[in-house]
Write a protein of this length. Structure first.
Length: 541
């Protein structure tokens, strides 16, 4: 058996990639899923899915989490890392990631697509300061304010209704004469009394100071323009849902793309390269929905089963079989144990944490500072339960600290010295995994860094990083993890995370209307997720 080698590497952890992993692992092939952000893909920001067969109602996050668990039960492996390049010629393919290179017989490109910018004046300048692309992540920042939505497709229609939970009023700007999504979805917008619709209308320009103060719109039929400015002292939000761009930059010139950059694949999801398949929204197709993505993943995986079997015989390399949590002859999983009442961690999470604690090289002290707010008591309970799971973690609690910083848990070495990592609030939601990875980085061995990147990190000068996040944001954890990795390696750098819902003074001080928000040395503000390389470059500047 070839233990360091895979039958197939799936690049992208959305519905297409998770389905491919499930099919391959169930067929007893070794498969690795590499994802740079959050397993589940774009659908995780959708609060309600009602058109996925067999699931009457559920969030995108819930459905894709079930997909991942199902794949894991059959032995699929997962790696949170950014793919930096490929070598796709020959019988053995190489996928280079930020956590080292991996090899396999076959590759599934399931990289999906990311929101497309429209290009109106001021869009890039005010991104993160009023211009947004994710209602789930940023909608709450516009509570009680006016919001505009640009787009007429499914995402624009669905998210405009979602934004009425927060906004005083939602105005939808549709370029075409009507919505282009299903009538049932469009009717939800048209029948909502808090939504106003302007057809054949586009945004020409937005402007302001530290936030949006003005927007100029144009009617495409009459040529007439009109402007919007909020009441004195207010700002407003402009959410863009104008389709997606395929994430194919790394394979441009390697696999065949159409004029818009989507991968051209045949009915069996084969690209122009032998052993390289594509699945999901990254492909040329008429319908980009979760149900078509899962279908693509199943087809690609089935084809790769035969391909990998042939290559095993031809090369003599046989990856070790996946370790399945269910007997091969029994596909039905046993019902999972119910969560312990009033517990932060389900039995499944406790089991996963046990393996993580075993790999920690050094014990840590979690030093909590609390105030009299209910969130402090929640943090106390969270930390008591967490430290009760292992002797690698010890808890120390101090009361009556400054309200500006509390509640906070600082990750310290066993002797009490600070590692520079801290979380202000309760590290739940999407930040639980990033908090656990922070412990791993502080205790060692930590996430793998390439030698040249590691040298650059260690050479950095002093820096204070504050990362403002929302626990509902799917894009925040990547920035949090890379910032913590850098701080854990360099004693001159600190990385403190703030749940912005409990620290409104910071939100106001830095005019934050989008997360994640990085505040560097109290004066440089940067929005959006970043890779280790991008953050190192920012710190070097």
């Amino acid at each position: 058996m070839d233990d360091g080698f895979y039958d197939v590497i799936v690049v992208g952890g959305g519905p297409a990639g998770l389905t491919a992993a499930l099919y391959l692992a169930r067929a007893r092939y070794r498969v690795l899923v590499v994802e740079k952000e959050r397993f589940g893909g774009q659908i995780t920001i959708t609060s309600e899915v009602v058109n996925y067969p067999g699931v009457e109602r559920g969030s995108g996050e819930e459905i894709t989490l079930a997909m991942r668990r199902q794949a894991q039960r059959f032995g699929a492996e997962f790696l949170l890392a950014e793919v930096e390049g490929f070598a796709l010629d020959g019988p053995v393919k190489t996928v280079r990631t930020s956590r080292g290179a991996r090899e396999a017989f076959g590759v599934v490109l399931a990289t999906g697509a990311h929101p497309r910018m429209v290009g109106f004046r001021g869009e890039a300048e005010f991104k993160g300061r009023g211009v947004a692309y994710c209602a789930t992540c940023d909608g709450e920042f516009f509570t009680g304010l006016d919001v505009f939505v640009v787009g007429g497709g499914f995402a624009a229609a669905e998210e405009s209704v979602f934004l009425t939970k927060y906004a005083r009023k939602v105005t939808v700007l549709v370029r075409d004469a009507d919505f282009t999504c299903a009538k049932a979805t469009a009717d939800l917008v048209k029948n909502n009394e808090n939504i106003e619709i302007h057809y054949r209308t586009v945004v020409e320009e937005v402007s302001g100071d530290t936030a949006l103060r003005r927007a100029k719109m144009k009617n495409l039929d009459t040529g007439e323009t009109w402007e919007y400015s909020p009441p004195e002292g207010e700002t407003f939000g402009l959410f863009v849902f104008a389709g997606y761009e395929p994430a194919t930059a790394l394979v441009k010139g390697v696999v065949t793309l159409d004029e818009r950059g989507y991968i051209i694949a045949d009915a069996n999801r084969r690209t122009n390269l032998e052993g390289v398949y594509a699945a999901g929204d990254v492909c040329v197709k008429n319908l980009r929905q979760m149900v078509t993505a899962t279908g693509d993943g199943a087809v690609a995986a089935t084809e790769l089963e035969r391909y990998a079997a042939r290559l095993q015989k031809e090369t003599g390399r046989v990856p070790r079989q996946p370790v399945s949590r269910v007997a091969p002859e029994r596909e039905a999983a046993k019902p999972s144990s119910p969560a312990v009442p009033e517990s932060f961690f389900t039995p499944e999470v406790v089991a996963q944490l046990a393996g993580f604690f075993e790999r920690m090289e050094r014990p840590l002290l979690l030093r909590a500072a609390l105030d009299d707010r209910p969130v402090s008591e929640e943090l106390r309970s969270f930390l008591r339960e967490l430290t009760g799971l292992t002797d690698k973690l010890t808890l120390a609690v101090a009361e009556e600290t400054e309200a500006a910083e509390a509640p906070v848990v600082r990750i310290c070495r066993a002797d009490g010295t600070d590692t520079g990592l801290a979380f202000h609030g309760v590290p739940g939601g999407h930040e639980f995994n990033s908090f656990v990875i922070g412990l791993y980085n502080a205790a060692g061995p930590g996430q793998v860094l390439e030698a040249d990147t590691l040298a650059r990190v260690r050479a950095l000068g002093p820096a204070r990083m504050r990362i403002l996040v929302s626990l509902s944001c799917t894009m925040c954890p990547e920035l949090v993890m890379v910032a913590q990795r850098i701080a854990a390696e360099n004693p001159r750098i600190t990385a403190e995370v703030y749940d912005i819902n409990h620290f409104s003074a910071l939100k106001d001080a830095y005019k934050v209307m989008s997360v994640p928000c990085l505040v560097l040395d109290d004066d440089t503000v940067s929005f959006g997720k970043k890779t280790v390389t991008q953050l190192v470059e920012l710190l070097e500047a």
